[in-house]
Design a protein around this ligand. Sequence first.
Ligand SMILES: Cc1cc2nc3c(=O)[nH]c(=O)nc-3n(C[C@H](O)[C@H](O)[C@H](O)COP(=O)(O)OP(=O)(O)OC[C@H]3O[C@@H](n4cnc5c(N)ncnc54)[C@H](O)[C@@H]3O)c2cc1C
Length: 425
Amino acid sequence: MDRDSNEPLNATPAPHRADIAIVGGGAAGLATAIFCARLDSTQSIVILDGARKLGAKILVSGGGRCNVTNRRVSVKDFFGGNPNVIKRVLSALPVAKTIAFFESIGVTMYEEEGNGKLFPETNKAATVLDALVGEARRLNINMACSHRVTNINADGHGFAITTDAGSVTARKLVLATGGQSLPKTGSDGFGFELARALGHTLVTRTPALDPLILAGDFHRQLSGISHPATISIKTAGAKPLRAQGELLWTHFGMSGPVALDASRHWHRAQVEGIDAQTSISFLPAYEQAKLETWFLDFAHEHPKVQLVTAMARLLPNRIAHAILDVIGLDSAIQMAQLPKGVRRKVVSALLDWPIEVVGGRGYKFAEATAGGVSLADVDPSTLQSRKCPNLYFVGEILDVDGRIGGFNFQWAWSSACVAGTALAK
Ligand SMILES: Cc1cc2nc3c(=O)[nH]c(=O)nc-3n(C[C@H](O)[C@H](O)[C@H](O)COP(=O)(O)OP(=O)(O)OC[C@H]3O[C@@H](n4cnc5c(N)ncnc54)[C@H](O)[C@@H]3O)c2cc1C
Protein backbone atom coordinates (compact mmCIF):
# COMPACT_ATOMS: atom_id res chain seq x y z
CA MET A 1 0.00 0.00 0.00
CA ASP A 2 1.46 3.36 -0.99
CA ARG A 3 0.79 6.19 1.38
CA ASP A 4 1.50 9.87 1.36
CA SER A 5 3.62 10.15 4.50
CA ASN A 6 2.13 13.57 5.31
CA GLU A 7 -1.41 12.35 5.30
CA PRO A 8 -2.82 11.60 8.80
CA LEU A 9 -3.30 7.84 8.91
CA ASN A 10 -6.50 7.97 10.88
CA ALA A 11 -8.25 10.76 12.60
CA THR A 12 -11.42 9.00 13.68
CA PRO A 13 -13.14 10.68 16.63
CA ALA A 14 -13.12 8.44 19.70
CA PRO A 15 -16.45 6.95 20.86
CA HIS A 16 -17.65 7.86 24.37
CA ARG A 17 -17.68 4.20 25.44
CA ALA A 18 -15.69 1.13 24.46
CA ASP A 19 -15.22 -2.32 25.91
CA ILE A 20 -11.45 -1.98 25.65
CA ALA A 21 -9.42 1.24 25.48
CA ILE A 22 -5.77 1.03 24.49
CA VAL A 23 -3.70 4.09 25.32
CA GLY A 24 -0.93 4.32 22.71
CA GLY A 25 -1.08 3.11 19.13
CA GLY A 26 2.56 2.24 18.55
CA ALA A 27 3.84 -1.26 17.83
CA ALA A 28 2.54 -2.81 21.05
CA GLY A 29 -0.83 -1.03 21.15
CA LEU A 30 -1.71 -1.81 17.52
CA ALA A 31 -0.65 -5.45 17.86
CA THR A 32 -2.61 -5.89 21.12
CA ALA A 33 -5.76 -4.61 19.42
CA ILE A 34 -5.23 -6.95 16.47
CA PHE A 35 -4.52 -10.07 18.55
CA CYS A 36 -7.58 -9.39 20.67
CA ALA A 37 -9.97 -8.55 17.83
CA ARG A 38 -8.93 -11.59 15.80
CA LEU A 39 -10.03 -13.85 18.64
CA ASP A 40 -13.08 -11.92 19.74
CA SER A 41 -15.12 -9.63 17.51
CA THR A 42 -17.77 -8.99 20.14
CA GLN A 43 -15.86 -6.36 22.12
CA SER A 44 -15.40 -2.82 20.84
CA ILE A 45 -11.83 -1.55 20.91
CA VAL A 46 -10.57 2.02 20.73
CA ILE A 47 -6.93 3.06 20.46
CA LEU A 48 -6.29 6.53 21.87
CA ASP A 49 -3.06 8.14 20.75
CA GLY A 50 -1.81 11.64 21.45
CA ALA A 51 0.09 11.92 18.18
CA ARG A 52 -1.46 13.32 15.01
CA LYS A 53 -0.42 10.18 13.14
CA LEU A 54 0.14 6.65 14.39
CA GLY A 55 3.41 4.77 14.37
CA ALA A 56 6.06 7.52 14.19
CA LYS A 57 8.55 5.26 15.94
CA ILE A 58 7.90 2.36 13.60
CA LEU A 59 8.58 4.68 10.65
CA VAL A 60 11.98 5.84 11.95
CA SER A 61 13.02 2.42 13.22
CA GLY A 62 15.91 0.49 11.77
CA GLY A 63 17.04 3.55 9.80
CA GLY A 64 13.63 3.67 8.06
CA ARG A 65 13.70 -0.08 7.31
CA CYS A 66 12.20 -1.38 10.59
CA ASN A 67 14.10 -4.30 12.06
CA VAL A 68 10.94 -6.23 12.97
CA THR A 69 12.57 -9.07 14.89
CA ASN A 70 15.55 -11.41 14.88
CA ARG A 71 15.98 -14.98 13.66
CA ARG A 72 17.37 -15.93 17.09
CA VAL A 73 15.62 -14.50 20.13
CA SER A 74 16.45 -15.59 23.64
CA VAL A 75 15.90 -14.17 27.10
CA LYS A 76 19.62 -13.27 27.11
CA ASP A 77 18.89 -10.55 24.56
CA PHE A 78 16.81 -8.69 27.15
CA PHE A 79 17.44 -6.81 30.38
CA GLY A 80 15.28 -5.37 33.15
CA GLY A 81 12.92 -7.30 35.39
CA ASN A 82 12.59 -10.99 36.21
CA PRO A 83 14.03 -13.08 33.32
CA ASN A 84 11.49 -15.85 33.97
CA VAL A 85 8.66 -13.42 33.26
CA ILE A 86 10.42 -12.16 30.12
CA LYS A 87 10.97 -15.74 28.94
CA ARG A 88 7.36 -16.66 29.51
CA VAL A 89 6.07 -13.65 27.59
CA LEU A 90 8.48 -14.27 24.69
CA SER A 91 7.36 -17.89 24.45
CA ALA A 92 3.77 -16.78 23.77
CA LEU A 93 4.85 -15.43 20.40
CA PRO A 94 8.21 -16.87 19.39
CA VAL A 95 9.98 -15.76 16.21
CA ALA A 96 8.34 -18.34 13.91
CA LYS A 97 4.90 -17.16 14.99
CA THR A 98 5.95 -13.53 14.66
CA ILE A 99 7.03 -14.19 11.07
CA ALA A 100 3.72 -15.98 10.41
CA PHE A 101 1.77 -13.09 11.96
CA PHE A 102 3.46 -10.59 9.67
CA GLU A 103 2.94 -12.82 6.65
CA SER A 104 -0.75 -12.96 7.55
CA ILE A 105 -0.93 -9.18 7.17
CA GLY A 106 1.10 -9.18 3.97
CA VAL A 107 4.60 -8.42 5.31
CA THR A 108 7.24 -10.88 4.16
CA MET A 109 10.71 -10.49 5.59
CA TYR A 110 14.31 -11.23 4.72
CA GLU A 111 17.25 -11.88 7.02
CA GLU A 112 20.29 -9.62 6.98
CA GLU A 113 23.48 -11.61 6.63
CA GLY A 114 25.47 -12.28 9.76
CA ASN A 115 23.24 -10.82 12.48
CA GLY A 116 19.85 -12.51 12.18
CA LYS A 117 18.00 -9.18 11.84
CA LEU A 118 14.71 -9.49 9.96
CA PHE A 119 13.47 -6.62 7.79
CA PRO A 120 10.46 -6.29 5.50
CA GLU A 121 11.34 -7.32 1.94
CA THR A 122 10.39 -3.83 0.75
CA ASN A 123 13.07 -2.40 3.07
CA LYS A 124 10.47 0.17 4.12
CA ALA A 125 9.22 0.63 7.66
CA ALA A 126 6.01 2.07 6.17
CA THR A 127 5.18 -1.43 4.90
CA VAL A 128 5.04 -2.66 8.51
CA LEU A 129 3.02 0.30 9.78
CA ASP A 130 0.56 0.23 6.88
CA ALA A 131 0.01 -3.51 7.31
CA LEU A 132 -0.72 -3.15 11.04
CA VAL A 133 -3.05 -0.21 10.51
CA GLY A 134 -4.74 -1.96 7.57
CA GLU A 135 -5.39 -5.05 9.68
CA ALA A 136 -6.69 -2.93 12.57
CA ARG A 137 -9.10 -1.22 10.15
CA ARG A 138 -10.26 -4.56 8.76
CA LEU A 139 -11.05 -5.64 12.32
CA ASN A 140 -13.07 -2.45 12.97
CA ILE A 141 -10.70 -1.15 15.62
CA ASN A 142 -11.30 2.52 16.23
CA MET A 143 -8.01 4.45 15.98
CA ALA A 144 -8.34 7.90 17.48
CA CYS A 145 -5.28 10.09 16.90
CA SER A 146 -4.83 13.51 18.54
CA HIS A 147 -6.35 12.06 21.73
CA ARG A 148 -3.65 12.50 24.33
CA VAL A 149 -4.67 10.86 27.59
CA THR A 150 -4.17 13.21 30.51
CA ASN A 151 -5.88 11.35 33.35
CA ILE A 152 -7.40 7.95 34.16
CA ASN A 153 -9.81 7.11 36.98
CA ALA A 154 -10.41 3.52 37.95
CA ASP A 155 -13.48 2.77 40.09
CA GLY A 156 -13.22 -1.02 40.24
CA HIS A 157 -15.81 -1.52 37.47
CA GLY A 158 -14.10 0.34 34.68
CA PHE A 159 -12.08 3.33 33.64
CA ALA A 160 -12.89 6.97 32.98
CA ILE A 161 -10.27 8.24 30.59
CA THR A 162 -9.74 11.95 30.05
CA THR A 163 -8.14 12.98 26.79
CA ASP A 164 -7.46 16.42 25.40
CA ALA A 165 -10.20 15.73 22.86
CA GLY A 166 -12.96 14.43 25.15
CA SER A 167 -13.60 11.59 27.59
CA VAL A 168 -13.99 7.88 27.06
CA THR A 169 -15.13 5.14 29.42
CA ALA A 170 -14.00 1.54 29.07
CA ARG A 171 -14.40 -1.73 30.95
CA LYS A 172 -10.79 -2.76 30.29
CA LEU A 173 -7.71 -0.66 29.73
CA VAL A 174 -4.30 -1.26 28.18
CA LEU A 175 -1.37 1.08 28.77
CA ALA A 176 0.85 0.91 25.68
CA THR A 177 2.43 4.34 25.90
CA GLY A 178 6.00 3.19 25.23
CA GLY A 179 9.10 4.57 26.90
CA GLN A 180 10.51 8.05 26.61
CA SER A 181 13.16 7.74 23.93
CA LEU A 182 12.77 10.07 20.96
CA PRO A 183 10.03 12.02 22.77
CA LYS A 184 9.01 13.97 19.68
CA THR A 185 7.35 10.75 18.41
CA GLY A 186 4.75 11.09 21.17
CA SER A 187 6.30 8.64 23.66
CA ASP A 188 7.41 11.26 26.15
CA GLY A 189 7.19 9.30 29.39
CA PHE A 190 3.80 10.59 30.55
CA GLY A 191 2.46 7.02 30.41
CA PHE A 192 4.71 6.20 33.37
CA GLU A 193 2.92 8.85 35.42
CA LEU A 194 -0.45 7.36 34.44
CA ALA A 195 0.82 3.96 35.63
CA ARG A 196 2.15 5.43 38.87
CA ALA A 197 -1.13 7.22 39.56
CA LEU A 198 -2.90 3.85 39.20
CA GLY A 199 -0.74 2.40 41.97
CA HIS A 200 2.21 0.83 40.15
CA THR A 201 5.86 0.69 41.12
CA LEU A 202 8.23 2.24 38.61
CA VAL A 203 11.76 0.90 38.29
CA THR A 204 14.13 3.89 37.82
CA ARG A 205 14.35 4.78 34.15
CA THR A 206 17.45 5.51 32.11
CA PRO A 207 18.06 5.85 28.40
CA ALA A 208 19.15 2.63 26.68
CA LEU A 209 20.71 2.28 23.26
CA ASP A 210 22.08 5.83 23.16
CA PRO A 211 25.52 6.92 21.91
CA LEU A 212 28.21 7.45 24.56
CA ILE A 213 30.15 10.63 25.27
CA LEU A 214 33.85 10.18 26.07
CA ALA A 215 36.37 12.28 27.98
CA GLY A 216 39.62 13.32 26.28
CA ASP A 217 40.52 13.67 22.63
CA PHE A 218 41.36 10.16 21.47
CA HIS A 219 37.98 9.77 19.73
CA ARG A 220 38.07 13.14 17.91
CA GLN A 221 40.88 12.23 15.55
CA LEU A 222 39.10 8.96 14.71
CA SER A 223 35.69 10.48 13.97
CA GLY A 224 33.99 8.67 11.10
CA ILE A 225 35.99 5.41 11.41
CA SER A 226 34.13 2.21 12.18
CA HIS A 227 35.31 -1.30 12.95
CA PRO A 228 34.20 -4.37 14.93
CA ALA A 229 34.82 -4.07 18.68
CA THR A 230 33.91 -5.42 22.07
CA ILE A 231 33.06 -3.00 24.87
CA SER A 232 33.46 -4.34 28.42
CA ILE A 233 31.97 -2.73 31.48
CA LYS A 234 33.60 -3.97 34.65
CA THR A 235 32.21 -3.38 38.11
CA ALA A 236 33.69 -4.63 41.37
CA GLY A 237 32.65 -8.16 42.29
CA ALA A 238 30.54 -8.77 39.17
CA LYS A 239 31.18 -10.50 35.86
CA PRO A 240 32.12 -7.94 33.18
CA LEU A 241 29.21 -7.02 30.90
CA ARG A 242 30.19 -7.22 27.26
CA ALA A 243 28.71 -5.90 24.06
CA GLN A 244 30.03 -6.80 20.64
CA GLY A 245 29.46 -5.35 17.20
CA GLU A 246 30.36 -2.43 14.98
CA LEU A 247 31.79 0.65 16.70
CA LEU A 248 31.61 4.09 15.10
CA TRP A 249 33.92 6.80 16.42
CA THR A 250 32.36 10.26 16.47
CA HIS A 251 33.31 13.81 17.42
CA PHE A 252 31.66 13.33 20.85
CA GLY A 253 32.68 9.73 21.54
CA MET A 254 31.25 6.43 20.34
CA SER A 255 28.18 5.30 18.46
CA GLY A 256 27.29 2.25 16.37
CA PRO A 257 25.51 -0.89 17.59
CA VAL A 258 28.18 -1.93 20.13
CA ALA A 259 28.21 1.48 21.84
CA LEU A 260 24.41 1.58 21.92
CA ASP A 261 24.25 -1.90 23.45
CA ALA A 262 26.88 -0.98 26.05
CA SER A 263 25.11 2.24 27.00
CA ARG A 264 22.33 0.62 29.02
CA HIS A 265 24.91 -1.13 31.23
CA TRP A 266 26.79 2.11 31.75
CA HIS A 267 23.59 4.02 32.63
CA ARG A 268 22.43 1.29 35.03
CA ALA A 269 25.78 1.34 36.84
CA GLN A 270 25.39 5.12 37.27
CA VAL A 271 21.87 4.76 38.66
CA GLU A 272 23.05 2.11 41.09
CA GLY A 273 26.02 4.26 42.09
CA ILE A 274 28.50 1.57 41.05
CA ASP A 275 31.93 2.52 39.78
CA ALA A 276 32.18 1.11 36.24
CA GLN A 277 35.44 0.69 34.32
CA THR A 278 34.90 0.66 30.57
CA SER A 279 37.33 -0.69 28.01
CA ILE A 280 37.43 -1.66 24.35
CA SER A 281 38.88 -4.57 22.49
CA PHE A 282 39.72 -3.40 18.99
CA LEU A 283 40.02 -7.03 17.93
CA PRO A 284 37.03 -9.07 19.17
CA ALA A 285 38.18 -12.16 17.26
CA TYR A 286 41.40 -12.36 19.32
CA GLU A 287 42.31 -13.14 22.89
CA GLN A 288 45.75 -12.48 24.37
CA ALA A 289 47.56 -15.73 23.47
CA LYS A 290 46.20 -15.78 19.91
CA LEU A 291 47.20 -12.15 19.30
CA GLU A 292 50.70 -12.67 20.74
CA THR A 293 51.15 -15.63 18.42
CA TRP A 294 49.93 -13.55 15.50
CA PHE A 295 52.58 -10.87 16.25
CA LEU A 296 55.32 -13.48 16.64
CA ASP A 297 54.41 -15.20 13.37
CA PHE A 298 54.15 -11.87 11.59
CA ALA A 299 57.56 -10.74 12.90
CA HIS A 300 59.04 -14.04 11.74
CA GLU A 301 57.65 -13.64 8.22
CA HIS A 302 58.10 -9.86 7.91
CA PRO A 303 61.00 -8.88 10.20
CA LYS A 304 61.59 -5.50 8.55
CA VAL A 305 57.98 -4.34 8.48
CA GLN A 306 57.17 -1.48 10.86
CA LEU A 307 54.99 -2.08 13.91
CA VAL A 308 52.29 0.32 12.73
CA THR A 309 52.08 -1.44 9.37
CA ALA A 310 51.70 -4.78 11.14
CA MET A 311 48.91 -3.38 13.29
CA ALA A 312 47.22 -1.91 10.23
CA ARG A 313 46.78 -5.48 8.96
CA LEU A 314 44.36 -5.96 11.86
CA LEU A 315 42.59 -2.63 12.24
CA PRO A 316 42.26 0.77 10.50
CA ASN A 317 45.59 2.53 9.99
CA ARG A 318 44.52 5.73 11.79
CA ILE A 319 43.61 3.76 14.88
CA ALA A 320 46.95 1.97 14.87
CA HIS A 321 48.72 5.37 14.78
CA ALA A 322 46.49 6.85 17.49
CA ILE A 323 47.07 3.90 19.85
CA LEU A 324 50.85 4.02 19.43
CA ASP A 325 50.77 7.78 20.01
CA VAL A 326 48.95 7.40 23.31
CA ILE A 327 51.09 4.57 24.63
CA GLY A 328 54.21 6.41 23.49
CA LEU A 329 55.70 3.86 21.12
CA ASP A 330 57.65 4.57 17.96
CA SER A 331 55.39 3.49 15.11
CA ALA A 332 58.42 2.95 12.84
CA ILE A 333 60.03 0.28 15.02
CA GLN A 334 60.65 -2.87 12.96
CA MET A 335 58.92 -6.08 13.94
CA ALA A 336 62.22 -7.91 14.40
CA GLN A 337 63.28 -5.27 16.96
CA LEU A 338 60.13 -5.55 19.06
CA PRO A 339 61.04 -6.63 22.63
CA LYS A 340 58.65 -9.02 24.39
CA GLY A 341 57.57 -6.32 26.89
CA VAL A 342 56.65 -3.91 24.12
CA ARG A 343 54.76 -6.61 22.21
CA ARG A 344 52.78 -7.37 25.36
CA LYS A 345 52.05 -3.67 25.83
CA VAL A 346 50.69 -3.43 22.28
CA VAL A 347 48.63 -6.60 22.70
CA SER A 348 47.17 -5.33 25.92
CA ALA A 349 46.37 -1.93 24.36
CA LEU A 350 44.57 -3.62 21.47
CA LEU A 351 42.51 -5.94 23.65
CA ASP A 352 41.84 -3.84 26.74
CA TRP A 353 41.87 -0.13 25.88
CA PRO A 354 40.49 1.92 28.78
CA ILE A 355 37.98 4.62 27.92
CA GLU A 356 36.33 7.15 30.17
CA VAL A 357 32.62 7.45 29.50
CA VAL A 358 31.26 10.73 30.87
CA GLY A 359 27.66 10.39 29.76
CA GLY A 360 25.15 9.21 27.22
CA ARG A 361 23.45 11.40 24.63
CA GLY A 362 20.12 10.91 26.39
CA TYR A 363 16.53 10.22 25.48
CA LYS A 364 16.59 12.43 22.39
CA PHE A 365 19.06 10.03 20.81
CA ALA A 366 18.19 6.79 22.61
CA GLU A 367 16.37 3.95 20.88
CA ALA A 368 14.88 2.55 24.09
CA THR A 369 14.17 3.18 27.75
CA ALA A 370 15.42 0.88 30.51
CA GLY A 371 13.28 0.61 33.66
CA GLY A 372 9.54 1.27 33.80
CA VAL A 373 6.54 -0.53 35.26
CA SER A 374 7.84 -3.32 37.50
CA LEU A 375 7.25 -6.85 36.20
CA ALA A 376 6.38 -7.77 39.77
CA ASP A 377 3.20 -5.71 39.31
CA VAL A 378 1.85 -7.83 36.42
CA ASP A 379 0.60 -11.39 36.08
CA PRO A 380 3.02 -12.93 33.53
CA SER A 381 0.34 -15.14 31.98
CA THR A 382 -1.88 -12.18 31.03
CA LEU A 383 0.12 -9.00 31.69
CA GLN A 384 -2.82 -7.83 33.74
CA SER A 385 -1.94 -5.54 36.62
CA ARG A 386 -1.83 -7.08 40.08
CA LYS A 387 -2.66 -3.62 41.48
CA CYS A 388 -5.55 -2.52 39.32
CA PRO A 389 -7.99 -5.13 37.94
CA ASN A 390 -8.70 -5.04 34.18
CA LEU A 391 -5.65 -2.93 33.44
CA TYR A 392 -2.95 -4.42 31.19
CA PHE A 393 0.55 -3.31 30.21
CA VAL A 394 2.33 -4.04 26.92
CA GLY A 395 5.53 -2.94 25.19
CA GLU A 396 8.25 -0.63 26.34
CA ILE A 397 6.33 0.87 29.29
CA LEU A 398 7.27 -2.35 31.14
CA ASP A 399 10.65 -2.81 32.80
CA VAL A 400 12.16 -4.66 29.83
CA ASP A 401 14.63 -3.47 27.20
CA GLY A 402 16.31 -5.42 24.46
CA ARG A 403 19.65 -5.12 22.75
CA ILE A 404 20.02 -3.88 19.18
CA GLY A 405 18.76 -6.34 16.58
CA GLY A 406 14.94 -6.29 16.52
CA PHE A 407 14.52 -7.39 20.14
CA ASN A 408 12.59 -4.35 21.35
CA PHE A 409 9.95 -4.86 18.69
CA GLN A 410 9.85 -8.57 19.48
CA TRP A 411 9.03 -7.62 23.06
CA ALA A 412 6.25 -5.36 21.75
CA TRP A 413 4.74 -8.18 19.58
CA SER A 414 5.07 -10.91 22.25
CA SER A 415 3.67 -8.82 25.08
CA ALA A 416 0.85 -7.70 22.79
CA CYS A 417 0.05 -11.33 22.04
CA VAL A 418 -0.13 -12.20 25.74
CA ALA A 419 -2.38 -9.27 26.68
CA GLY A 420 -4.44 -9.37 23.47
CA THR A 421 -5.22 -13.05 24.02
CA ALA A 422 -6.11 -12.49 27.66
CA LEU A 423 -8.36 -9.53 26.81
CA ALA A 424 -10.27 -11.68 24.33
CA LYS A 425 -11.19 -14.29 26.92
C1 LIG B 1 15.29 5.77 16.27
C2 LIG B 1 14.76 4.46 16.76
C3 LIG B 1 14.97 3.32 16.02
C4 LIG B 1 14.52 2.07 16.49
N1 LIG B 1 14.70 0.97 15.71
C5 LIG B 1 14.28 -0.24 16.17
C6 LIG B 1 14.39 -1.40 15.36
O1 LIG B 1 14.77 -1.32 14.18
N2 LIG B 1 14.03 -2.60 15.91
C7 LIG B 1 13.54 -2.70 17.18
O2 LIG B 1 13.25 -3.80 17.64
N3 LIG B 1 13.35 -1.60 17.94
C8 LIG B 1 13.68 -0.38 17.46
N4 LIG B 1 13.48 0.73 18.21
C9 LIG B 1 12.75 0.57 19.51
C10 LIG B 1 11.24 0.40 19.21
O3 LIG B 1 10.84 1.40 18.29
C11 LIG B 1 10.42 0.52 20.50
O4 LIG B 1 10.91 -0.39 21.45
C12 LIG B 1 8.96 0.20 20.21
O5 LIG B 1 8.44 1.13 19.26
C13 LIG B 1 8.13 0.28 21.48
O6 LIG B 1 6.79 0.07 21.14
P1 LIG B 1 5.62 0.59 22.07
O7 LIG B 1 4.37 0.35 21.31
O8 LIG B 1 5.77 0.02 23.41
O9 LIG B 1 5.86 2.16 22.20
P2 LIG B 1 5.86 3.29 21.10
O10 LIG B 1 6.17 2.74 19.76
O11 LIG B 1 6.75 4.33 21.63
O12 LIG B 1 4.36 3.79 21.05
C14 LIG B 1 3.76 4.46 22.12
C15 LIG B 1 2.59 5.28 21.61
O13 LIG B 1 1.90 5.82 22.73
C16 LIG B 1 1.52 7.15 22.44
N5 LIG B 1 1.38 7.86 23.71
C17 LIG B 1 2.33 8.09 24.65
N6 LIG B 1 1.80 8.76 25.69
C18 LIG B 1 0.48 8.94 25.42
C19 LIG B 1 -0.61 9.53 26.10
N7 LIG B 1 -0.46 10.12 27.30
N8 LIG B 1 -1.83 9.53 25.51
C20 LIG B 1 -2.02 8.95 24.30
N9 LIG B 1 -1.02 8.37 23.59
C21 LIG B 1 0.21 8.36 24.16
C22 LIG B 1 2.63 7.69 21.55
O14 LIG B 1 2.17 8.75 20.76
C23 LIG B 1 3.00 6.44 20.72
O15 LIG B 1 2.25 6.39 19.53
C24 LIG B 1 13.87 1.98 17.74
C25 LIG B 1 13.63 3.15 18.48
C26 LIG B 1 14.06 4.38 18.00
C27 LIG B 1 13.78 5.62 18.81
